[in-house]
Write a protein that binds this ligand. Structure first.
Ligand code: ZN
Length: 148
């Protein structure tokens, strides 16, 4: 699966980000910043009984970071916290190049298009920023994360 081949999906999410905007009544939030690229996002989650009811994000950055945040919000809808953390782990290991999503059975689905960023080390942080923010929001309840 080549990165170029799927760039239109990324461009589409960049143009029309899904679940974009602050979330009223959120239970978890974290602000993420990638100083290398200037990506800057806040992720909001509304969790009831360990179940993620709603996920949104707001902020700005490059196309990869925005598409990644947008697709993350779609992927997390309806998952529970354990499933969300497991998905974070798979996504993170994939973009780092430690997990081959083509030959391994994962829950990544269409998130596999981000596997291509492993060939571009400077883009790994763009793709994983919102995921780190989500992970931090759910785990430590801190409200700030930086890729540095
Ligand atoms: Zn970026």
């Amino acid at each position: 699966m080549s990165f170029d081949l799927y760039q239109q999906v990324i461009l589409d999410h960049n143009r029309k980000p899904r679940n974009c905007g602050a979330l009223e009544g959120h239970t978890h939030t974290c602000h993420g910043h990638n100083p290398l690229c200037g990506d800057d996002y806040t992720v909001y989650l509304k969790v009831t009984n360990e179940q993620i009811e709603q996920v949104t994000f707001e902020g700005n950055g490059c196309a990869i970071s925005k598409a990644s945040a947008s697709m993350m919000t779609q992927s997390l809808q309806g998952k529970n916290i354990d499933q969300a953390q497991a998905l974070f782990e798979e996504f993170h290991q994939m973009v780092l190049g430690n997990l081959d999503a083509e030959s391994t059975e994962t829950q990544l689905g269409k998130l596999k298009i981000f596997q291509g960023v492993r060939a571009f080390p400077s883009r790994v942080k763009c793709a994983s920023l919102s995921w780190h923010a989500m992970h931090t929001a759910l785990t430590q309840k801190e409200d700030e994360v930086s890729t540095e």
